[in-house]
Design a protein around this ligand. Structure first.
Ligand code: CP
Length: 332
């Protein structure tokens, strides 16, 4: 492993190995300190609870030291583009930032969300890729514009923990939210679910399609791993017979740069695209999953998230175990 940027950079066997080790770590069977004497930088361009806390704790428990940096707040504002005249609000270029930082640390974790301004640019993950380009130490994606692989690995671990290792009928459903959100979580969940061979159903209103290239990749992975993928714009049929309900809101790619257009378009879905008890009843006693943070009674009702079928807290805990497995593999 060089960098951990997206799950599709790894084979099913490699991903299974990580989940196996995450379970060993969770059960206390792997208690090594592979990061002893090592420092890991965690660079956060955006807010976080789970990712930041679980990475910091995980690094400590593996014997290492976390160096947390927040460009524009606790470190300088950063420019990532090549060849620009830096006479604006950016103080330091990533080229120096990364090459200085790696003189101190053994790996760099990066969180850099989509700005939801320019789809064609942001879908290429320019900031994360600039880190990977300039760094000679491993880069760990802590959620970029397009991928959140650590979350997806915790999600796959949680499905296996709750329902066993066989493939499941899994629903990824869009939900209404008052503002457009990035697509990294649904992208990575769908990609990982297809790599783990689940039967995946993706539900969203028309206009909220995922990236076309990613969908092709999901189809290829599904076929290669014995799963399937189907799409629906009908929320009423989406829940039929599924064993996992994974809710997430995201912004329409055609509305990048048109925030108000997305708000207007989605307004028609407010009361319909919510995970509630009536919809869950159509499922096969599905577990309810969400990456968190979640807006209660917007994305999901209290009754569902507080039900015995909700696994959101265990899912968040599994971030810690799976990230420890990833760091153990990545940082030698
Ligand atoms: N799920 C997730 O990444 O949570 P945070 O944004 O709080 O890190």
């Amino acid at each position: 492993m060089a960098d951990f940027v997206k799950t599709s950079d790894f084979s099913r066997a490699e991903l299974d190995h990580l989940v196996d080790n995450a379970f060993r770590i969770k059960s206390g069977l792997l208690a090594d300190k592979p990061l002893s004497g090592k420092s890991i930088a965690l660079v956060f361009f955006n807010p976080s609870l789970r990712t930041r806390a679980s990475m910091q704790v995980g690094i400590y428990e593996l014997g290492g030291n976390a160096v947390i940096l927040e460009p524009g707040s606790t470190s300088w504002t950063l420019e990532h583009r090549e060849g620009v005249v830096m006479d604006g609000d950016k103080t330091e270029h990533l080229k120096e930032f990364v090459r200085v930082l790696e003189r101190y640390v053994s790996a760099i974790g990066v969180r850099t969300f989509a700005g939801l301004k320019n789809w064609e640019t942001e879908r290429t993950d320019p900031i994360l890729n600039a880190f990977a380009k300039y760094a000679s130490v491993p880069i760990i994606n802590l959620e970029s514009a397009m991928h959140h692989p650590c979350q997806a690995m915790a999600d796959m671990m949680t499905i296996r923990e709750k329902l066993g290792n066989e493939k499941k009928k899994v629903l990824l459903t869009w939900a209404w939210h008052p503002k457009p959100l990035p697509m990294a979580v649904p992208n990575s969940f769908a990609l990982a679910a297809s790599q783990f061979g689940h039967d995946l159903r993706i539900a969203h209103p028309k206009g909220y399609e995922l990236d076309e290239e990613l969908i092709e990749d999901i189809k290829i992975q599904s076929t290669a791993n014995g799963g399937s993928v189907e799409f629906t714009n009908d929320i009423d049929v989406a829940f039929e017979n599924v064993e996992v309900v994974y809710a997430k809101s995201w912004g329409g790619k055609n509305f990048y740069g048109n925030h108000d257009g997305d708000i207007l378009e989605r307004s028609q879905y407010r009361s319909k695209w919510i995970v509630d008890a009536a919809k869950m009843k159509r499922s096969k006693e599905a577990i309810f999953m969400h990456c968190l943070p979640v807006r209660r009674n917007v994305i999901v009702t209290d009754a569902v998230i507080d039900s015995a079928n909700s696994v959101v807290i265990d899912e968040a805990e599994n971030r810690l175990h799976v990230q420890k497995a990833i760091m153990t593999e990545l940082i030698k």
